[in-house]
Design a protein around this ligand. Structure first.
Ligand code: SF4
Length: 80
């Protein structure tokens, strides 16, 4: 699974697949995401990172996976 800047950030922030390098994140994503969902999961993570889970100001107030996300500061960004 290709790990670009969005996939890398969202995977680490949500803690779905943590890693210090793109290779490590990819390895952990492939462990967690069933192969039949890998293609769609990649696009989902890219779009989430591009439009909702933005680098500087994540839109936690709009996020559909808020209850699943393990980002420790998500409540700070929910109020904005
Ligand atoms: S709740 Fe916030 S930090 Fe977590 S995935 Fe959604 S936008 Fe990102």
């Amino acid at each position: 699974m290709a790990v670009d800047t969005h996939v890398f950030r969202v995977s680490n922030r949500t803690k779905i697949a943590k890693g210090k390098t793109v290779q490590e994140v990819e390895k952990n994503l492939l462990k967690r995401v069933p192969s039949e969902y890998a293609y769609n999961a990649h696009h989902w993570l890219v779009l989430l990172g591009r439009y909702i889970c933005k680098a500087n100001k994540p839109r936690c107030d709009l996020c559909k996976i808020f209850s699943l996300c393990e980002f420790e500061n998500k409540f700070l960004f929910r109020k904005i």
